[in-house]
Ligand binder design. Structure first.
Ligand code: PEP
Ligand code: CO
Length: 427
């Protein structure tokens, strides 16, 4: 928890937040839980993605629409490759609080508290900006509400026409070594979409309602708690700030507060699982968070790094399978592959893909199901991750590096990643 210097202001903000209307509903939350249960059995696939850290200044129409567009387009590619329905979960409308490895940051001999996400303090490197400010909890809520409102209207208003490959920006394809394969996959998708429209006599956007679910790391417990409510005709407590909150790799200690809070809510929840997780600890965690073994309740989002995944994942899967626990497995190939290049934190496309391919292999070999993937990405062509069809290298990073926390796949890299996963799933 951040140290708020003004406790009265903090308690006023939390009190105010606890009286504002919810952002999502319990029936949407239960619907997602059902979908995650299907994904655990291989009847559905989950695509979760968005910024590492949303920021208030980017609560703008173009940024939000861009994120929605890339997620929708990736999902179409994945539906085609996996031959399964795809559940889309955005890391948006609340992804404002960040865990940090260090409490302080030093620049040119000056040491200040670390930036911990716009929900807590501001990124600017000045003493005033870095003081935790309770008003930001309310601004976070309002920005989440604005974001979600726009997303819901876009979806209702036919934005889903972006299903059509004509709307995709596929310029990068010609730079890829696999360009012929990409082109044939896109041609295949185009003909499937056209076929569906001809047979049904309706545009594809009328065909089925496109759903987007929201998610964020449930890090700031006061923010989460203030929006945790009881609802009529259902038992228990719902976190109504998001459909799918998750517990980060740094806050999943069994004896600590996040587990205590999360075990008391009805939402489907995620837990990030990194290299320090021991198999017995994982079983204890599953027992604490899902004592009734409810399908769809728990998604384990593993993130080891391309060099470490085969050392850790097989044992964890083996343990979960022999204990007969129902979980939905998801691979986050981003967080274990962070590296530094000069002044920049970056990630390499080939390593990200390699962790993902190894995840498919390990699950297949163990007889378990990889039910989803989790990416940090953006709809714009920023230069934060290296590699991909255009071969971005360390020198290119300076050109358009915008993230304040972790590096994201850009539009082209994200779409290419989806094409590669689709090919793999089809095979
Ligand atoms: C994140 O998802 O941005 C994050 C901080 O991940 P992890 O908890 O896996 O490090
Ligand atoms: Co991140």
């Amino acid at each position: 928890m951040p140290n708020y210097p003004d406790e009265v202001a903090l308690s006023n903000a939390v009190n105010h937040l606890s009286h504002l209307p919810p952002l999502v509903t319990s029936w949407e939350i239960e619907a997602l839980k059902g979908e995650l249960a299907e994904a655990a059995e291989g009847r559905r696939f989950v695509l979760q993605g968005g910024d590492c850290s949303e920021n208030f200044d980017e609560c703008q129409s173009s940024t939000i629409a861009g994120k929605l567009k890339i997620l929708l387009q990736m999902s179409v590619v994945l539906i085609h490759g996996s031959r399964r329905p795809v559940t889309r979960v955005g890391r948006f409308a609340g992804q404002y609080a960040k865990p940090r490895s260090k409490d302080e940051e030093t620049k040119d001999g000056v040491t200040l508290p670390s930036y911990r996400g716009d929900l807590v303090n501001r990124a600017e490197f000045t003493p005033e900006s870095r003081i935790p400010n309770p008003d930001l909890l309310l601004r976070g809520y309002y920005n989440a509400a604005l974001t979600l409102n726009f997303i819901r209207s876009l979806i209702d208003g036919g934005f889903a026409d972006l299903h059509h490959p004509e709307y995709w920006e596929l310029d990068f394809v010609k730079h890829a070594s696999k360009s012929a394969e990409y082109e044939s996959l896109v041609a295949d998708i185009t003909s499937s979409v056209n076929f569906l429209e001809n047979v049904s006599g309706k545009p594809i956007s009328d065909f089925s309602r496109v759903e987007f679910y929201t998610s964020h790391e449930g890090l700031h417990l006061l923010y989460e708690q203030a929006q945790t409510r009881q609802v009529p005709r259902r038992e228990g407590w719902y976190n109504l700030s998001t459909h799918f909150p998750w517990i980060g790799d740094r806050t999943r200690n069994l004896k600590e507060a996040h587990i205590e809070y999360f075990r008391g809510i009805q939402n489907p929840i995620g837990v990030k699982v990194g290299p320090t997780m021991e198999p017995d600890e994982l079983i204890a965690l599953i027992d604490a968070l899902n004592p009734k073994d409810e399908p769809g309740r728990l998604m384990l989002i593993h993130r080891f790094g391309d060099q470490k995944i085969t050392d850790h994942l097989p044992n964890l899967i083996g343990k979960v399978m022999s204990a007969k626990k129902s979980v939905t497995w998801c691979c986050d190939p981003m967080h274990g592959n962070t590296e530094t290049a000069g002044n920049y934190k970056t990630r390499n496309f080939t390593k990200i893909l390699s962790e993902l391919e190894q995840a498919f292999d390990v699950h297949q070999k163990a007889g378990s199901v990889l039910g989803g993937v989790h990416f940090e990405l953006t709809g714009e062509n920023v230069t934060e991750c290296t590699g991909g069809a255009r071969g971005l290298n360390a020198e290119d990073l300076a050109r358009d590096y915008r993230t304040q926390v972790d590096p994201r796949l850009n539009y082209e890299q994200a779409l290419e990643m989806a094409l590669l996963i689709a090919q793999r799933m089809k095979a």
